[in-house]
Ligand binder design. Structure first.
Ligand SMILES: [Zn+2]
Length: 102
């Protein structure tokens, strides 16, 4: 079953939703809002350290940075790092954390 990351447009909380066929749309577990955005491209990080996946993650992070979305980039890298357990992705996430702190 596919796991999808959703972001609450109300409180910014990001969480995973297991989407089952025919089920109602999820609501935010933090504030209960149904105003959600599905974060596409995040699901299906299944193979740890898959090189093509790491490349996709890097591109996505760069896309965020191009738009100046540091927070989104950092959050995405964090999620990707925890889902892929890839050292390379973890380093990207760490680097973003250092930059957002500075
Ligand atoms: Zn919320």
């Amino acid at each position: 079953m596919p796991l999808f990351d959703h972001q609450c447009l109300h409180c910014d909380h990001v969480f995973e939703v297991l989407l089952k066929r025919g089920e109602d749309l999820p609501v935010c577990p933090r504030c209960g809002s149904a105003d959600l955005r599905r974060l596409v491209g995040i699901p299906a990080f299944r193979v740890a350290g898959d090189a093509s996946q790491v490349g996709r993650i890097e591109r996505r992070v760069k896309d965020y940075l191009k738009d100046g979305k540091w927070r989104d980039a950092t959050r995405f890298a964090d999620q990707a790092a925890s889902l892929t357990r890839s050292d390379k992705v973890k380093r990207i996430a760490d680097k973003l954390h250092e930059k957002t702190k500075a």
